[in-house]
Design a protein. Structure first.
Length: 86
């Protein structure tokens, strides 16, 4: 019973991981345009792709993502939440 549940959890992690990595590449212009905005210059997009490793093949990016996940490195957030007054 417990092994079955652990298998289900593993399947869910892989399923969510697949979709996180592959769907971000389905955005118009790719992940760099999502971060920089649609009016970014091609030079800025190329620099960000190189800096973030987005110039590697998608299968390699996926493997690196899993390695970082197991190391506890969840990456950086590109959105800033405004602080709410208390």
């Amino acid at each position: 019973m417990i092994l079955h549940r652990l298998g289900d959890i593993g399947f869910i992690f892989v399923f969510i991981g697949d979709h996180c990595v592959f769907l971000i590449h389905a955005t118009p212009g790719g992940p760099a345009y999502s971060i920089l905005g649609m009016h970014a210059t091609p030079e800025a997009v190329a620099a960000l792709n190189k800096q973030m490793g987005l110039d590697h093949p998608i299968w390699q990016q996926y493997g690196i993502w899993w390695v970082h996940l197991f190391e506890g490195n969840l990456g950086y957030s590109f959105t800033r939440m405004p602080l709410l007054p208390l």
